[in-house]
Write a protein that binds this ligand. Structure first.
Ligand SMILES: CC(C)(COP(=O)(O)OP(=O)(O)OC[C@H]1O[C@@H](n2cnc3c(N)ncnc32)[C@H](O)[C@@H]1OP(=O)(O)O)[C@@H](O)C(=O)NCCC(=O)NCCS
Length: 199
């Protein structure tokens, strides 16, 4: 296979993505208030090494995210996950294409605390992995979180991802060192996992 043929084809992700309960869509400036309302919750932010952002910083972030939507090639998808029935934002989905040549990507997700433990994190993760492997033909997708973040680790396990290692004291923030646990999934593993598990 030639090098060009093996690279990720940087087309655009087809959006929105519809799942059983969710519409995973582009952010708009109208989402700033909804994002700030869950990000400011200390329980949501407990495993993040940086200080929780202010409302002004969330506004700047979402405005930047909206500008990135027209980037070409587009390597970052920071998306809102909203309930299909009510439109309420239940969380966020992140896909970063880290390296198109080696077909490496990174997954991220977050769910508004009042919706935790209802399967939304897993539903978001499946949608992003399906799109990333299916549409971008990525070869490996990784995810990282604090080793104390048990629900995030559990979601990555439920997505079929394997623990690849622990980066010890890799970040310093909020007055302490943070380690990071790395999970990863290869395209063949994903195809096999999804052939037996649909939700
Ligand atoms: C991580 C997060 C997205 C999970 O969302 P969620 O909608 O609750 O996820 P799901 O309901 O799909 O699955 C959560 C799983 O974690 C398990 N879980 C929750 N808290 C747990 C704990 N303290 N210890 C062990 N497992 C736990 C749940 O029981 C469930 O597993 P199960 O289905 O086998 O019972 C959510 O907690 C979150 O947004 N956290 C803050 C942001 C964050 O940490 N993002 C990810 C890393 S950057």
């Amino acid at each position: 296979m030639s090098q060009a043929a093996s690279e990720t084809q940087i087309t655009r992700l087809s959006l929105p993505i519809t799942t059983r309960r969710l519409l995973i869509r582009e952010y708009t400036a109208e989402d700033i208030g909804a994002v700030f309302s869950y990000v400011k919750d200390p329980v949501y932010w407990q495993y993040q090494r940086s200080e929780a952002p202010t409302e002004e910083q969330i506004k700047t972030l979402i405005e930047w995210v909206v500008r990135e939507q027209s980037a070409s090639p587009r390597l970052l998808y920071f998306l809102a996950a909203a309930r299909r029935d009510t439109g309420e934002v239940v969380g966020e989905a992140v896909l970063k294409i880290l390296n198109p040549v080696d077909r490496q990507g990174e997954l991220g997700f977050g769910v508004v605390p009042k919706f935790w433990k209802q399967g939304y994190g897993t539903e978001i993760g499946h949608a992003i992995l399906d799109a990333a492997f299916g549409q971008f033909k990525l070869h490996r997708i990784s995810g990282q979180c604090s080793p104390d973040n048990k629900s995030s680790i559990r979601v990555m396990q439920k997505l079929g991802m394997a623990r690849e290692g622990l980066l010890r004291d890799v970040h310093f923030g909020r007055g302490k060192w943070w380690s990071s646990v790395v999970y990863g999934l290869l395209e063949a593993e994903h195809a096999k996992f999804r052939s037996v598990k649909k939700d």
